[in-house]
Design a binder for this molecule. Sequence first.
Ligand code: RFL
Ligand code: PHB
Length: 391
Amino acid sequence: MTRRTQVAVVGAGPAGLLLAEVLQRQGVESIVVERRDRAYVEARIRAGVLETGTVEMMRRAGAAERLEREGLTHDGIEIAIDGHRRRVDFRGLVGASVTVYGQTEMTKDLGNRRAASGAETLYEALDVSLHDLETKRPRLQFVRDGREDEIEADFIAGCDGFHGACRPSIPAERLGVYERVYPFAWLGIMADCPPPADELIYARHQRGFALCSMRSRSRARHYLQAAPDEDLDQWSADRIWSEIAIRIGDPQGRLLKTAPLIEKSLTPMRSFVCETMRHGRLFLAGDAAHIVPPTGAKGLNLAASDVHYLSQAIVAFYRSGSQAELDAYPARALARVWKAQRFSWWMTTMLHNAGPGEAFQDKIHRAELDYVLGSPAAQTSLAENYVGLPY
Ligand code: RFL
Ligand code: PHB
């Protein structure tokens, strides 16, 4: 059967659901097509720090009620160098803050909003393929419940993440891609215990980077710099907790509470930008077009800013018939993407150990961090980028 809609959205992650719901509230209809089932999508533990702009996008999607009630406002972060902690005061420096709220919760809220509005989300859609992208009637084909299905749309939004089907549908010779892979990864854990401080602690230590984050006052989310091929079986809970304690400067474990691990995973670190965010009537948004290393907490927030620019362009098209905003989408989105790439790369290199044979780099990065913590001007720049550049 062939379904017909205005915007066919591939991927029900934050980018896809946010786009579909923001469009819905502006009278533009869409169908979302997702490879996994809803429970899987909503349980994927990832980001946790939202910029003001991302919170505003949740409002524009009509899905911010619980976020406004349960999200934790953070006015700053702490940075530890070799165990000595200092605070960077975002509110004092730039008059803004961030909101700590799990990506899992954000996806659930958007999924509920979408279900309540009666708009269609087709979960467990397999073998998605894109067709006729350079015509006015692009199509999506896929298999669901063992049957072939098709959507014909005015536009296709590629919100299917880094490993999705949309970016590979652009002819290789048209793709402009920039990439850097880092020689380290993050070992991440989650546990039901209070975090060691009221705000996040980013730590640079001779033994490697550590981050103490949270999902709530009773749920901690922590990360340790590890090798990209680290064997997680070598990391018992005790070893992980004591390593975090050392790296944040709390070797006696006075601040760091512990609890059984409810998750343990390894995340590779990569910077990636596909500058071809549009091909005919296909538009990419979020991780489908770009990946940042997580140190600056920018990935999910970039997905939200892409959705801001893309939804504006699509709505303008339906209101005025003009393509101008659609034509401008890649340049507008990329201007912000590259600034967040720079910030994420800078935070990553400054806070991690560069590894064996890189003693000079390590000295420079440590000196840079020392400089930042001693300079109100440098801290202002960090704060301005961390809370999110304006749209
Ligand atoms: P997603 O979340 O990957 O969603 C894409 C969706 O598309 C589906 N899909 C397909 N559907 C149909 N057909 C196909 N062929 C498909 N292929 C894929 C997938 O199943 C999925 O549901 O991309 P999206 O929506 O662009 O969202 C991006 C964010 O998820 C990502 O940038 C962040 O999680 C990155 N990130 C962080 N970002 C922040 O802003 N702040 C943070 O604090 C932060 N911390 C993190 C992070 C990412 C992490 N990991 C695991 C990569 C911490 C970590 C550890
Ligand atoms: C998280 O809570 O998962 C998190 C927080 C800050 C980051 C990255 C991840 O920079």
